[in-house]
Design a protein around this ligand. Structure first.
Ligand code: UDP
Length: 321
């Protein structure tokens, strides 16, 4: 089978490429970013890497025409971007997604769209089922532009599905693991990990009682592959994650314990980290019954185990320079 992964040089995309190559499939990656996360794949005979953007329609059209299955993962992700460059978030995540969908529709190709748990916003009724409401704040708060951009992407998916496109929407819940952002930047796991590995204080925003369900990447990938292959997944929307809810303070404590760091926890004000255009989400927990039943995937990797593997990876990276 031939598979196109837009954003295949990113965190999730690189792991998805690994998974399809291991199955013996041919993988095409379209990505405008650096190739650090796929450097181990660049010589692989079944990997075709195209260094270009979603806005090069000739290239995109040619790639989609060649493959059997499209994973659209390319997006601008990460809180620092939501508050730092909302225009880029909206443009890539909405207009870029529209390009991919339009061409997949033209060629009649099955498509899996990577959406996010951010679409539920801060809906206080936990756990969230796939049909639950989106509760967001004001458009004056830049944080919500990412949630909105992904929700527009979903609406485009459903609109094309109505016209006959076989499409599946996946909403990921805080996926982490090796090759997540560079150490010290990006998402909370890599930020806290960088601090722990240097015995610096771990910056926990607010009182640290806000919660997330951290999903180890191999579990997310099992669900992602199933979403592209299982006939029952067509037309569906799925939460992809674990329902092991942990507070950010607990996350920080586990990172300190597992890494053997001498760091302490330092509570910091959210305004000092992200400015006033940021709003935190107090609790985020998925209902994962649909993932279990239809995709046939249950999360296997506990937080401690996943953190252990992630810490080992970033320690190795630091050693190799
Ligand atoms: N967070 C933190 N310290 C940091 C960065 C993030 O305590 O240095 C918190 C953040 O306030 C949020 C959680 O960690 O409650 C997850 O943040 P992240 O940016 O990873 O993604 P989110 O789940 O909010 O999309």
């Amino acid at each position: 089978m031939k598979v196109l992964i837009t954003g295949g040089a990113g965190f999730l995309g690189s792991h998805l490429a690994d998974a399809f190559l291991e199955r013996g499939d041919e993988v095409f990656i379209l990505d405008r970013g650096p190739t650090l996360k796929i450097r181990h794949l660049l010589g692989h005979h079944a990997l075709h890497f195209v260094h270009d953007s979603l806005f090069n329609e000739t290239i995109l059209d040619g790639l989609i025409a060649r493959v059997d299955l499209v994973y659209h993962l390319a997006a601008v992700v990460g809180v620092e971007h939501y508050v730092g460059d909302p225009h880029e978030v909206l443009n890539v995540n909405i207009n870029g997604t529209q390009n991919v969908l339009r061409l997949a529709f033209r060629h009649g190709k099955r498509l899996v769209f990577s959406s996010t748990s951010e679409v539920y916003g801060r809906n206080p009724r936990i756990p969230w089922r796939e049909e639950d409401d989106r509760i967001l704040g004001s458009t004056a708060t830049d944080r919500w532009c990412y949630s909105t951009s992904k929700a527009v992407g979903e609406h485009f998916c459903f609109a094309f599905a109505k016209m006959g496109l076989p499409v599946t929407v996946l909403r990921y819940f805080n996926v982490y693991g090796p090759r997540l952002d560079a150490i010290d930047i990006g998402r909370v796991v890599t930020i806290l990990l960088g601090q722990a590995l240097r015995d610096r204080p771990l910056t926990v925003i607010g009182d640290g009682r806000q919660t997330r369900c951290f999903t180890y990447v191999s579990d997310a990938i099992l669900a992602t592959v199933a979403a592209g292959l299982s006939p029952q997944a067509v037309g569906g929307t799925f939460n992809v994650g674990t329902d092991e809810e942990v507070s950010i303070r607990t996350l920080a404590e586990r990172i300190i314990a597992i890494s053997g760091s001498r760091s302490e926890i330092q509570n910091v004000r959210q305004e000092d980290v992200y400015g006033s255009s940021y709003e935190d989400i107090p609790r985020r927990v998925p209902d994962i019954r649909r993932m279990r039943v239809i995709l046939g995937v249950a999360p296997k990797v506990s937080l401690d185990e996943g953190l252990g593997r992630t810490i080992a990876f970033f320690r190795g990276e630091a050693r190799s320079g």
